[in-house]
Design a protein around this ligand. Structure first.
Ligand SMILES: Cc1ncc(C[n+]2csc(CCOP(=O)(O)OP(=O)(O)O)c2C)c(N)n1
Length: 376
């Protein structure tokens, strides 16, 4: 099978931190924020490494990682403030980590535990609640954007000051939900910022086979929404653009769409083999633009970190991840019936039927042949 050839993206995007780690002028964030960005990226890398090994050992069934794309969730999350909202997909674990999201709960989720079980065994005390509100990770593509815009509209109608951030992939921007959400956001001036990770692949479909539009940012044109294109491997540029959009939204000036140009260096997920459909010679080009190395080079040149500090940060990341794995492993197996809890508000015939099917299976019967649903 012929592999898709790729074109390198036009560098017609805003950039603050060059690939060699130099900044023209001042960095847009203070030292504390820069270090928090760096530490979050390092923890995320360690988490990605560890979860891959857990997946290979069968402790996690499937995994999509943030590797190489961390500047987008970290730079954008840093532009939020207390009380804001964030609606992520599976690629933005670092957004939540930036705001102190507990690693053990994320790991327990990946290990397949139901939210109610996680809540019971790894509770977060009220006083440790995250300053930014995070929805659960959305798997149905683009549905997080419609919900985010709805949430932002609700905040606006209630005169709340909050801004809502949601994320989408280049492929997911083909979903109807995305256009509907953007349209509503434009009409109702919702304080909603949408960030598109253009990592150039939607599983095996390259961006140029996904849309005939020149950029993903320009999809906002039809909704009358301002848009920008940003270097997605540059945490400062992502921060700056998101901050502009967040400030505008908070000032009542409505939504923004940002396209962050990056590359999915990894397979789509652990069930995928990117080498089967794409030309992997692009990897060297993107390795030179790695978002973590880039920030590290800047921090070194600004004398904010040295070898010893990097080693300490890596050790700390390692310890945090290992301790979280130990805690997540302590969560006991769920009662499979919990899959029904919290998902539906009222009981329907379907739900009763499915619960009975499950019970039959637990009794060792074949639910498809032994259970008819009669009498429900
Ligand atoms: C509504 C819906 N359709 C299909 C899928 C299956 N699916 C999961 S990820 C994916 C590709 C997403 O690509 P993109 O939006 O570019 O994000 P990326 O994974 O590259 O970050 C597809 C088709 C899904 N989860 N939801």
């Amino acid at each position: 099978m012929a592999k898709w050839t790729e074109s390198k993206p036009d560098p017609d995007f805003s950039q603050v931190l060059a690939p060699d780690g130099t900044v023209d002028g001042d960095a847009p964030v203070d030292e504390e924020t820069m270090l928090r960005m760096y530490e979050t990226m390092k923890v995320s890398r360690r988490y990605d490494e560890k979860t891959l090994s857990l997946q290979r050992r069968g402790e996690i069934s499937i995994l999509s990682r943030s590797w190489g794309e961390e500047a987008i969730p970290v730079g954008s999350a840093a532009a939020l403030e207390e009380g804001d909202w964030c609606f992520p997909t599976y690629r933005q674990t670092p957004s939540k980590l930036y705001w102190g999201g507990p690693l053990d709960r994320s790991l327990a989720g990946l290990m397949g535990h139901e939210p109610e079980t996680i809540e019971e065994h790894l509770p977060v005390p009220d006083e440790e609640a995250l300053p930014v509100n995070f929805s659960p990770v959305y798997i149905p593509l683009a549905s997080n954007v419609t919900n985010a815009v709805g949430s932002a509209m609700a905040d606006k109608f209630e005169d709340e000051d909050a801004v809502t951030l949601s994320y989408i992939g280049d492929g997911s921007s083909s979903q109807g939900d995305f256009y509907e959400a953007l349209n509503f956001a434009g009409v109702f001036d919702a304080p909603a910022v949408t960030i598109c990770h253009n990592n150039q692949w939607a599983i095996s479909v390259p961006a140029h086979r996904q849309t005939a539009a020149e950029t993903f940012a320009q999809k906002a044109e039809a909704a009358g929404i301002p848009h920008e294109r940003v270097d997605g491997n540059d945490v400062f540029a992502v921060y700056e653009a998101t901050k502009r959009a967040v400030d505008r939204a908070r000032a009542g000036e409505g939504p923004t769409l940002l396209e962050c140009v990056t590359y999915r260096v990894d397979d789509h997920n652990t069930a995928d083999d990117a080498g089967a459909y794409r030309d992997e010679s692009q990897q060297a080009f993107w390795a030179e633009r790695d978002p973590v190395d880039r920030l590290e080079a800047y921090l070194r040149s600004a004398d904010l970190i040295d070898d010893a500090a990097i080693e300490a940060i890596e050790e700390d990341a390692d310890e945090r991840v290992e301790a979280a794995v130990d805690r997540a492993r302590e969560v006991p197996a769920d009662d499979p019936a919990r899959i029904f809890d919290n998902h539906l508000q009222s009981e329907s015939w379907n739900e009763r039927h499915q619960r009975e099917e499950l019970r039959a299976e637990q009794r060792g019967e074949n639910p498809f042949t032994d259970f008819t649903g009669e009498g429900l």
